[in-house]
Ligand binder design. Structure first.
Ligand SMILES: O=c1ccn([C@@H]2O[C@H](COP(=O)(O)O)[C@@H](O)[C@H]2O)c(=O)[nH]1
Length: 235
């Protein structure tokens, strides 16, 4: 996976329409090379067409659909996503789901990311959802299972990045939402770090939405994050 500073920032295009997405992409220009398209834009209408358009324009695209269903449905849906030519797709980090997605993308260039524990969750949220182990052990269990199945990467918070990098080695892609430049509103995220901290912890890609998309100058906000990434990359 590409590792220059600009390609390490994945900007979440969390807007409700294709028109707004394309206007934002236009505004961001060459400051952003990698976009994430998620549920809001897909369900709002036009998200998949925007994804294909961005791919044709030479941008990298991460489709954040967080697939989770019976194996037959996940396998067939993953095969359809692979036809779009996007680079990354999320599935939930359950073994049955990950195995099905792995089969569905066979023979394609699509890379799969397993969602371990959402970055809006802390230990109490996991207990409330019926998982008593807490964030650290749950992330680790799902990460190990993902690696065994042949999944390419993980959605984790920056807090888990250093331990997982040490445990899983350099080839597992570590992609971290829950990134906030110093002074930015944390909002509904619970396990957050700054861009520099996340990079130093070993993240390959940082997913950033509102700190860019809600900024008065989104391009300047993206450029500042890329500069912070660059300053924290080791040679
Ligand atoms: O655990 C997860 C998985 C996905 N996300 C997605 O990342 C972005 C983060 O947006 P911000 O505005 O920077 O909070 C958003 O699209 C989420 O759906 C995540 O945050 N955590």
């Amino acid at each position: 996976m590409q590792t220059n500073a600009r390609d390490r920032l994945i900007t979440a295009l969390d807007v409700p329409s294709a028109d707004e997405a394309l206007a934002l992409v236009d505004r961001l220009g060459d400051a952003v090379s990698f976009y994430k398209i998620g549920m809001e834009l897909v369900y709002g209408g036009g998200g998949l067409a925007v994804a294909e358009r961005l791919v044709k324009a030479g941008k990298k695209v991460f489709l954040d659909l967080k697939l989770h269903d019976i194996p037959n449905t996940v396998e067939r849906a993953t095969a359809q996503v692979a036809r779009l030519g996007v680079h990354l797709l999320t599935v939930h980090g359950y073994p049955q789901t990950m195995r099905a997605a792995h089969a569905g993308r066979a023979g394609t260039g699509l890379k799969l990311l397993a969602v371990t524990v959402m970055t809006s969750y802390d230990d109490d949220d996991l207990v409330a959802a019926g998982y008593a182990e807490g964030v650290g052990p749950t992330v680790r269990r799902r990460a190990d299972q993902a690696k065994d199945i042949g999944i390419d990467g993980l959605i984790i918070s920056p807090h888990e990045a250093a331990a997982l990098r040490a445990a899983l080695g350099p080839s597992m892609l570590l992609v971290t939402p829950g990134v906030r430049p110093a002074g930015s509103a944390v909002g509904d995220q619970k396990r957050v770090m700054t861009p520099g901290e996340a990079i130093r912890a070993g993240a390959d890609h940082l997913v950033v939405g509102r700190p860019v998309t809600a900024a008065s100058d989104p391009r300047a906000a993206a450029e500042a994050i890329v500069a912070e990434i660059s300053a924290n990359l080791t040679a």
